[in-house]
Design a protein around this ligand. Sequence first.
Ligand code: SDX
Length: 431
Amino acid sequence: MPEKANLIIGDQTYELPMLVGTENEKAIDISKLRSLSGCITFDPGFGNTGACQSAITYLDGEKGILRYRGIPIEQIAEKSTFLETAYLLIYGHLPSQTQLTKFSQSFSDHASIHEDMKNFFNGYPLSGHPMGILSAMVCSLSGYYPELVNPGPTKEDIDKIVVQLLSKVRTICAFSYKKSIGESFVYPRPELQYIPNFLHMMFSTPKREYNIDDDVVDALRILLILHADHEQNCSTSTVRLVGSSLANLFASIAAGICALWGPLHGGANQEVIEMLQMIQKDGGNIAKYINMAKDHNSNFRLMGFGHRVYKNFDPRAKIIKETAHNLLKKKGIKDPFLDLAVKLEEIALKDSYFVERKLYPNVDFYSGIIYRAIGIPLNMFPVMFAIGRMPGWIAHWKEMIEDPATKIGRPRQIYTGELRHDYIPMDQRPK
Ligand code: SDX
């Protein structure tokens, strides 16, 4: 029988039930606290608050553990494909060969976007960030599938949206890149697999077919798998909160893309490279930037370092660092930013400021090195994170919408404004 928690407020003691998770994490169920005691809890940033129960991803920040549906991320990154990982996260189990073949084939059939959507790209200013375009385009997809946006979608409806979103996200991203460089759109080829088709749409031209490089495909496979889910992070919590109002999956994902755009979240992979560029331009003066990162008045943070949950190493960062080294070595690429990043990590991890605060490289610290090696432009790095995170967002939205206990998300607050006072007519207000 799970333990109980006794909360003493003044001369009252309130007994609260507790929840215990599969990995023995414990939670105090405060869902009745306000009606029992008139009090609410206060936890800005929700660092101590569970918003839901979920069976999708488990992570232990102290031990650097990350598992998708119980399978260690290291094994998935080594053995799985991005589509198989997406299936595992969304449907809860590894697919049979028949299920995977059918799932994969559906992506080939639905990779193209409606011809009218091309007009959207013509309206966007070239200065528009690809994350803004992606969010707008994903939300606009709902207009082409009105039958899929009604509240209470059937299982078949959700299966259709899953394929539309996961398949078309590549096309939208590649088209936004082509538009930004003034090249004509390159359409998906149905015979190509998920990642090769994306690379084809990004880098082929009417005159020259992109030469699909297996090492590049494998590096992207690892990156997309490692970004696929991360339990209740900022953008996934956003998708769940928007979806809790019965907003459709297209709208919920569009909101998640906007949350991911932030430099403290998915935008960090772009910020890391911009930070390395700044350090390189400044003569590689790493000590200066380490000291700035430690000085809270400098407003400078070591981007790609630190994590709300991982207070040990981020298991994804270790794999990405190794993948970056392997790809650059295989391709004979010398990227000074990789050497700079390695040096920065070594110095930071010997500095008590970072060690005491348990700040380690996170998923964003080395990923940009790989994107650079592939030729993906800097402002599309967060877009690559979004492509990877799509299965996780979808899996959490689906889990939330299928949970009968789900209610519309509506946190409380502690009011700190003015006490009651009357309206002040204009002629009585201070000049
Ligand atoms: C992602 O949640 C997820 O799962 C996210 C993610 C996912 O897969 O979805 O893993 C992806 O978003 C990774 C994080 C990418 N962001 C960055 O790399 C931006 C740089 N990092 C930080 O801004 C910060 O570490 C956060 C935002 C990631 C975490 O912030 P927290 O947990 O709220 O930490 P904090 O701000 O409370 O900092 C604690 C202390 C503070 O110092 P003190 O007030 O104790 O003296 O650590 C310091 C902070 O100033 N600190 C840093 C730092 N990160 C924290 N100091 C310098 N450089 C940093 N990067």
